[in-house]
Design a protein around this ligand. Structure first.
Ligand code: ZN
Length: 136
């Protein structure tokens, strides 16, 4: 895996959390994007080589709203960038890791993404992602 691409943070409200993270990181939010596949609104900040991704649920029973309901706001997942997502999926499967979605899906910020099951990663939700061309 190349680097930590971003850290995902679950929040209740982007409109409250964007100014908070702008103050915290000392850098403006450079992008907001609705991700249809997850029904979440996202906001991105650059921090050196990596990014912070804020996630706000757009549906009451979505993954992010369930997470915030259970755990409160906070760190949700860590995303590693890879050059060849399919090869990395095969490698991790051969090592015995389980996936939430083995079939890569479209994530935010021009990425194809897969999530590993936290049961096989010491409770840490891990995303692996590969840069792709912008959606039409
Ligand atoms: Zn992510």
């Amino acid at each position: 895996m190349n680097k930590i691409e971003h850290i995902g943070v679950a929040v209740r409200s982007l409109s409250l959390s964007i100014p908070l993270f702008e103050k915290l990181l000392g850098t403006p939010c450079y992008k907001t994007e609705f991700v249809l596949s997850e029904k979440v609104n996202t906001a991105f900040f650059k921090t050196g080589e990596s990014k912070i991704e804020l996630l706000e649920s757009m549906e009451p029973d979505g993954v992010i709203s369930n997470f915030v309901e259970k755990n409160g706001e906070g760190m949700h997942h860590i995303a590693f960038e890879v050059d060849d997502l399919q090869a990395e999926i095969e490698r991790l499967k051969a090592e015995g890791f389980k996936f939430i979605n083995e079939e890569p899906k479209r994530g935010a910020d021009n990425k194809m993404v897969c999530f590993l099951h936290p049961k096989t990663t010491n409770g840490m939700l891990v995303e692996i992602c590969q840069q792709v061309l912008p959606a039409q």
